[in-house]
Write a protein of this length. Structure first.
Length: 241
């Protein structure tokens, strides 16, 4: 697969990166909205009841999150191939960050789906209330794993932003927007880790910052792609070195 991508045109790579990134955004937002609406803060019984009453939708949110992760893996490969002529080592570092983020995201999905089986367990030594508390605890671990994933996705965005800043075939304003998105993700995650009081007010800003950075690059890939002539020039310069 990597060889086929390597041999394709840079414009095709950019278009495909845009397609997979758009799918990542759509499925990720669906998973966040649908999966989060059944969680009632501070009420394990209500949360458990919501999960069991809307089991299919809850599972669908987990599946959507998995699809988002798979799409982001495709994005990672395509963006690496596109940007490695700028600096191959930094591009590889970005892949490393992304893979760790995807691994943490996959763990988050596992903990997200686990409460369904737990709450439907027919044979258990725990009371209903204990099972409900365990389900909420698993959801909390899932959220923490997701925040850890966001840290590494932020680092991935920083590497992409750096490479775009150094490139000649993509506009530099995209790098600025990616840096802002990465800062938003880091701020959100560490505000959660440190239990800072203003954490609850960050979500709209994080959403706007993330969508602004990732959405802008996605749209650029889909509509403009890359400057093919300048991309080829950087490839030739890399080969010459």
């Amino acid at each position: 697969m990597k060889e086929a991508i390597e041999e394709s045109s840079p414009l095709f790579k950019a278009r495909m990166a845009g397609v997979f990134w758009l799918l990542t955004i759509i499925t990720g937002m669906f998973a966040f909205v649908v999966g989060g609406k059944y969680v009632v803060s501070g009420d394990a019984a209500a949360t458990a009841a919501n999960i069991l009453a809307h089991e299919f939708s809850f599972r669908l949110a987990g599946a959507a999150n998995l699809i988002a992760t798979l799409c982001y893996l495709a994005v990672t490969l395509l963006v690496y191939v596109l940007l490695k002529p700028v600096n191959k080592n930094i591009a590889l570092l970005g892949v490393f960050f992304s893979l760790i983020g995807c691994a943490a995201g996959t763990a988050s999905i596992l903990f997200f789906l686990a409460p369904v089986g737990l709450l439907k367990s027919a044979q258990t030594a725990f009371t209903v209330a204990q099972l409900q508390m365990q389900a909420v605890t698993l959801l909390g671990i899932s959220a923490t794993a997701n925040d850890i994933a966001l840290v590494f996705f932020a680092l991935h965005l920083f590497t992409i932003g750096y490479l775009i800043r150094r490139s000649t075939f993509l506009p530099r304003f995209l790098a600025v927007l990616l840096f802002i998105a990465g800062i938003c993700y880091l701020t959100n995650s560490f505000a959660t880790f440190l239990a800072l009081p203003f954490k609850a007010y960050l979500l709209p800003l994080v959403g706007l910052g993330g969508l602004g950075g990732e959405g802008a690059l996605t749209l650029w890939f889909l509509v403009k792609g890359v400057n093919v002539q300048r991309w080829n020039e950087q490839v030739e310069a890399m080969n010459y070195e």
